[in-house]
Design a protein around this ligand. Structure first.
Ligand code: NAG
Ligand code: NAG
Ligand code: NAG
Ligand code: NAG
Ligand code: NAG
Length: 677
């Protein structure tokens, strides 16, 4: 068995090497770069392009009709043609992108990946995709792959969902419909594209998939010799546009490489090749193993050339068939195509939740009861929230809803849609298989798995990231007002997803926060919020600090001391330990010390600085995010918890409320909701 396995391995290895690797010439001129996520380094941003949470946005994210064009370009010029050797490079790129319509009835124009000799030109919005200037149509030279989401008869577009090759004109040389690969650009889903150009075959191929596996069949294949257009030095990048419409174009990651250049220094003379030469020759080593590959390939071909070839063919066939079967499998999992939040029919939601059956209840939020819904037609699961109140200010509510629906962040529970029939308001969200952080953090021991340190840190970073987005990066600032472990949900990979915007308020960045009905959850409310009833970003920071401490300590914000009736406030408790210089003892005992002490200390101190009673001393969420991702220094936390005195007479002190809470709360739940006018 073992020798056979070895043989199979060898054959597979050799054939994969033979068929799938780039030409084994690696010269200094071949370029290779990879952005698993983005920062401002190495990129030029033109027009409305921007960066947010490591993701590049190409157009403006506005809910009102707007026109926008943006371009992002890799800073370094890339050599595509070697005049000395008279060779044009081949290239290959992979990137993940998504195109989303904030407003379901209005579509933007789409986006492109391009190569251009110029890195300073931003084209016009609209059908020009930010690639060409509408008043100088022929000025900008480019080779582009367009991902077009608008039917533009002017440029002979076939439909409003097509991929095409454009050379120096927006009228495509060839287009294809990605729906044949089950891909719809406007779905809002993350799509991965692979673009390969092989100069020797004079063929360009574009592959598209919702998954990160490259499909076997290209969505677009064009036989074309690009050597005429690939200049000695070009820039690569992306562009996108909208016109009087809304469409969000995001690029999540990107890798690119060129290959095919032969090194300028002659390496191997045909008449001078022998095995020893290959091993000994001191050429700039690509890597030691490549040398061995050469040797083995040479030996393999020499000893058993024809036999090897046959076996390789068989293996190649096998690989192709399994790839094809894989593709079929992926097709049968056809993802439901959702174009942003949409209106659902009441009947559809009723039947998906078994008539709002009590067995389908998965939780209760500020907004109402949450049901698990199965959509038989698409085979998907969602969470449906059903309001228990009638909403008098329905129009106001819906306008708020539409803005919340426009929020997009990987750490938000995404709203899929709503229904307002039969006097009921229903909201449909992504279903979060791992429930709430509260449930996972405080489950009975022995039930389910304990959240390990890595995942806890990741939850804290996710929460900081989404709050940075809500507070500082949205068009309109959003104050969540009810941040607590019960509203932090966990997706399939235990990433934090903030949910339940039942109490959220939107405010313009420059308006002072309005005093309104105050609501929130005991134990998470900042002192000044209790006092003045004003929600600000700083009150959210406080609540977030409490959640961070809970994650680190595995204790509820207000918990009865074991064996006594005394209620302990988590912030006070941790601050007490900090005063005594033994903050690390606050760490969740259930972790059994399986964490990095420095990371634990940092998380606890960040939690304390957020929960500072003095709102002016609390950091912004952006700062918290930077600290947690090691981009900023930790803030100093005073040894003694600052005490606070309000100027006006206190109707309630925090301790009063805590003791009120003590009386009204059941022993198992130490939290209660309070409403102050
Ligand atoms: C960005 O530029 C720096 C300095 O030129 C370089 O070291 C780094 O590899 C570049 N990163 C990418 C992803 O190209
Ligand atoms: C460069 O190569 C092309 C074919 O690849 C050939 O047509 C052309 O004549 C060559 N030019 C020079 C200057 O050798
Ligand atoms: C197009 O070119 C003209 C003339 O150079 C310039 O004034 C205009 O701003 C350009 N338009 C865009 C969208 O770049
Ligand atoms: C790129 O991003 C997409 C979407 O976030 C992800 O599915 C994919 O795995 C990423 N690819 C790489 C190589 O990081
Ligand atoms: C062939 O290889 C020998 C050493 O093995 C070297 O001295 C000689 O210069 C080589 N000839 C050429 C044409 O590169």
């Amino acid at each position: 068995m073992a020798p056979r396995k070895l043989l199979v391995f060898w054959v597979v290895f050799m054939s994969l090497f033979f068929f799938f690797t780039d030409p084994p010439f690696a010269s200094a001129e071949n370029v290779n770069f990879d952005f698993p996520c983005f920062n401002f380094r190495n990129l030029t941003f033109l027009g409305d392009s921007h960066i947010r949470n490591g993701v590049v946005g190409l157009t403006r994210e506005l809910t009102v009709p707007s026109s926008s064009a943006g371009t992002v370009i890799y800073n370094n010029p890339i050599k595509f043609f070697d005049p000395e050797a008279n060779i044009t490079a081949s290239f290959s790129t992979r990137f993940s992108f998504s195109i989303t319509n904030v407003n379901p009835t209005s579509y933007g124009d789409g986006m492109s990946f391009f190569l251009s000799p110029n890195n300073r030109i931003l084209g016009s919005p609209g059908g020009y995709l930010g690639l060409v200037n509408s008043s100088q149509l022929t000025k900008n030279k480019f080779v582009a792959i367009e991902f077009d989401t608008r039917l533009d008869l002017h440029f002979k577009d076939p439909n409003d969902n097509h991929v095409g090759l454009d050379i120096e004109s927006l009228t495509s040389i060839k287009t294809a419909d990605p729906i044949l690969q089950d891909v719809e650009f406007k779905s809002g889903n993350s799509i991965t594209a692979w673009i390969d150009y092989k100069n020797d075959q004079e063929r360009l191929k574009v592959y598209l998939s919702y998954s990160s596996f490259k499909p076997g069949k290209p969505a677009l294949s064009v036989d074309i010799d690009l050597s005429e257009y690939l200049k000695e030095v070009m820039y690569v990048g992306f562009s996108a546009s909208t016109e009087g419409s809304t469409e969000v174009h995001l690029i999540e990651n990107w890798s690119f490489h060129t290959f095919g250049f032969v090194p300028t220094r002659p390496r191997l003379q045909p008449h001078n090749v022998s095995d020893t030469d290959v091993v000994v020759s001191p050429r700039i080593p690509v890597s030691g193993s490549t040398n061995k590959h050469h040797k083995r390939l040479g030996l393999g071909l020499g000893i058993a050339g024809p036999a090897f070839f046959c076996v390789a063919l068989v293996v190649f066939g096998y690989v192709s068939v399994s790839k094809w079967m894989n593709m079929r499998r992926q097709k049968s999992f056809k993802a439901e195509v959702i174009a942003g939040p949409r209106e659902f029919g009441y009947k559809e939601l009723k039947s998906a939740t078994g008539g709002f059956h009590s067995s389908r209840i998965i939780g209760h939020g500020a907004f109402g009861t949450v049901y698990k819904a199965f959509f038989v037609s698409s085979g998907t699961i969602s969470a449906v929230k059903r309001s228990k109140h009638s909403h008098e200010g329905k129009t106001e509510f819906l306008s708020e809803l539409s803005i919340i629906a426009g929020l997009r962040h990987k750490n938000l529970v995404q709203l899929q849609g709503w229904s307002v029939e039969k006097g009921e308001l229903l909201l449909v969200y992504d279903f979060m298989p791992n429930g709430s952080l509260e449930k996972v953090l405080y489950q009975e021991s022995g039930q389910g798995t304990l959240l390990d340190w890595y995942h806890r840190l990741n939850v804290a970073v996710g929460l900081a990231s989404v709050l940075t987005y809500l507070h500082q990066e949205c068009e309109q600032q959003v104050i969540h007002r009810d941040i607590k472990t019960g509203n932090v949900l966990l997706d399939g990979n235990f990433n934090a997803r903030l949910g339940d915007f039942g109490l959220a308020k939107l405010m313009d960045h420059d308006k002072s926060p309005v005093s309104t009905l105050t609501a929130g959850t005991m134990g998470y409310l900042a002192p000044e919020y209790l006092q003045y009833g004003k929600a600000t970003e700083k009150t959210d920071v406080f609540s977030c600090g409490v959640v961070i401490l809970e994650v680190a300590c595995g204790r509820r914000p207000i918990e009865r001391e074991p064996g006594s009736l005394k209620m302990v406030n988590l912030v006070d408790w941790v601050w007490g330990l900090h005063s005594e210089g033994r903050i690390i003892e606050a760490a969740d005992k259930r972790l059994n010390g399986e964490f990095k002490v420095e990371e634990m200390r940092k998380l606890l101190l960040v939690g304390l600085s957020c929960a500072n009673p003095d709102s002016a001393e609390r950091p912004t969420m952006r700062r918290v995010l930077q600290i947690l991702s090691n981009e900023a220094e930790l803030l100093g936390v005073p040894r003694v918890k600052p005490s606070l005195s309000f100027s006006s007479g206190l109707p309630l002190s925090i301790d009063d409320i805590v003791s009120d809470c003590e009386e009204c709360s059941s022993p198992t739940s130490s939290m209660c909701e309070i409403i102050i006018n």
